[in-house]
Every structure is written in structure tokens, then in C-alpha cells.
Design a binder for this molecule. Structure first.
Ligand code: 5GP
Length: 191
């Protein structure tokens, strides 16, 4: 998505360890007009797929997920990054190693929020090695729901998570794919 790529070039910040910050316009200080245009792209790509739920993980995927759900006329739901306080067995749980923070989280989602056979679109801000995506896909599987596809604002192509999902047959729409950030220079795939 050209508009997003331009904004990443202008405002994105490259940090040590392959971390890109888009906090000033996507996931902390939010450019709502840009996010709306992003949600339009996602909704157009998955139109006609009868999406029942847009699923994300707290916190930074929520804004885009809500805007996508509004366009797809369905609900948005997020997994929490902590073990559920619900009674045992009432929540789906999956292990997720965080890319930006040390350690492993157990992400959780109350079972009642993801009905069996529902058509689920996963949305997140970043896709790096794919741990968050795979944890969410695991939850979709536990729920016996159908994974329609996944969309992320930014895929860091050099970290391989996106290509592994494509190889598994996941319909993955990445609005921008960063192929390299060497020396702080952001290069997009297919450019
Ligand atoms: P993965 O699980 O695919 O390795 O990483 C995806 C998750 O880690 C996303 O939910 C996102 O919050 C976080 N993440 C991964 N890479 C970055 C990055 O370069 N910048 C930011 N801000 N978050 C990232």
C-alpha cells in the first residue's frame, strides 16, 4: 500500500535488533485517516468471505481490527496477553514468545467469544517471525473456527514469518512488506 509505505519511509524509526517503530502514526499515536484507508484495503481484499470475527491480540492490533470489523459488519475480538482469570477450561490459551519483549506470554481468549464454525480474519500491526500469528491460529483451531486469512499493517519480510504462513496456505495480506532495514534504510519488497 503506497500511502503506508510512504509514511513508513517518512516517519518510521529503525532500532537495533530488527525493530521498526511506527508508533508515531500507526500503533500508539494513531493517524486515524491512514488507519481507515488501511482498513478499506483489508476489507476489500477479504470481501465476500463472510467474515464473522476479526481477531487480534492486545494492544497494538486493536485499532486496525476494529476499523476492519466496522467495514465487514462484524465483531472484533482480542486475545489478552496474560493468562485468563476465567475458570479453568473456559478460555482458549496459546503460548506466544514476544518479539519485542523478553519471555513467553500465554495469550488467552474466552471461549464464548469465538464460536465454533465462525469465519475468522486475523489482523495485527506487525508480522515478524510469526509467533503471534501462530498463537492466534492455534486459538482459531482450538475453537474449531475457520481461518479466512490474515492481514497485517507491516510484515518484516526478512524475518520469515509471512512467507512461512503463505507456504502453509494462509491468505496473508500485508499492507507493507519491509524487505530490509540495513543501515537504517527501509527497503520494501517488490520495489
Ligand atoms: P512475531 O510474533 O511475528 O515475531 O511478531 C509480531 C508481534 O510482535 C506483533 O504483535 C508486534 O506487536 C510485535 N512486533 C514484532 N516486530 C515488531 C517491530 O519491528 N515493531 C513493533 N512495534 N512491534 C513489533
Amino acid at each position: 500500500m503506497e500511502l503506508l509505505e510512504r509514511q513508513i519511509k517518512q516517519k518510521g524509526k529503525v532500532f537495533e535488533g530488527g525493530v521498526l517503530s511506527v508508533g508515531s502514526f500507526v500503533n500508539q499515536n494513531m493517524d486515524v485517516q491512514l488507519l481507515s484507508a488501511m482498513a478499506d484495503e483489508v476489507a476489500a481484499h477479504f470481501a465476500g468471505k463472510n467474515v464473522d470475527k476479526v481477531l487480534t491480540v492486545e494492544a497494538s492490533g486493536i485499532a486496525l481490527a476494529v476499523l476492519v470489523a466496522e467495514r465487514m459488519n462484524c465483531e472484533a475480538v482480542f486475545a489478552k496477553k496474560s493468562k485468563s482469570l476465567n475458570a479453568k477450561g473456559e478460555a482458549y490459551e496459546a503460548e506466544c514468545r514476544s518479539f519485542t519483549r523478553p519471555g513467553v506470554n500465554i495469550i488467552s481468549l474466552p471461549k464464548e467469544y469465538l464460536p465454533e464454525n465462525s469465519n475468522v480474519l486475523i489482523v495485527d500491526d506487525f508480522l515478524a517471525v510469526g509467533n503471534a500469528a501462530n498463537a492466534l491460529i492455534d486459538i482459531v483451531g482450538q475453537a474449531k473456527a475457520n481461518l479466512v486469512g490474515m492481514s497485517v499493517a507491516v510484515e518484516k519480510g526478512f524475518q520469515g514469518g509471512g512467507d512461512a504462513l503463505r507456504e502453509k496456505g494462509v491468505d496473508l495480506l500485508s499492507l507493507a512488506i519491509v524487505e530490509s532495514m540495513e543501515g537504517g534504510e527501509i527497503v520494501f519488497r517488490n520495489n
